[in-house]
Ligand binder design. Sequence first.
Ligand SMILES: [Fe+2]
Ligand SMILES: [Fe+2]
Length: 198
Amino acid sequence: MASIDLSQLSPLAATPSDWLETVLADFDGFLMDHASAEKKASGMAMSMISHYPDQPSIVRAMVELAVEELNHYREVMRLILERQLTPTADLKDPYIHALNGQVRKAAEHFLLDRLSVAAVVERRGAERFAIIADSLQNEPSLQRFYQAIAASEQRHWELFINLAVEHFDESTVVERFNELSQCEAKIIKTLPLRAALH
Ligand SMILES: [Fe+2]
Ligand SMILES: [Fe+2]
């Protein structure tokens, strides 16, 4: 697969420090949202395959990703059930909804935007799961779990960027990712803090 010097991509805005406090104040609620996010990530990978069934690089990457995200879902659901929580229905994620609103529908832009939005979302996930892992000093097994999830989401954002570079000029990918990163920072500022990934 193509690869790119990731230092050309601007870092995401740092998550506000009170996000972690909000999550830790209702960690059970956070787990429900986390499970839902993993399930949706798996579904998103499958929808990419349905949209681009004739693109081997996308099918190859997305089938692996769908399975990996579904495994994450299974692992989070195990935590939920071990805690004897009652799983809840998925809620709409306003952050994802707002970012998906940035996807241009014209065929020449659609794939670039889908891959770039996915890269931003995965990168944000990597940042926030690492913040959670760092806070779990007193719960070593949960900490290891979140460290592993953070490392996995780190690989995923790089995967989406590298897929984008296979299909578009490097400068086009860098420009669109950086635009969406700025847009994502504005979206975060408008949304209330919740015990949720976003
Ligand atoms: Fe995941
Ligand atoms: Fe992911």
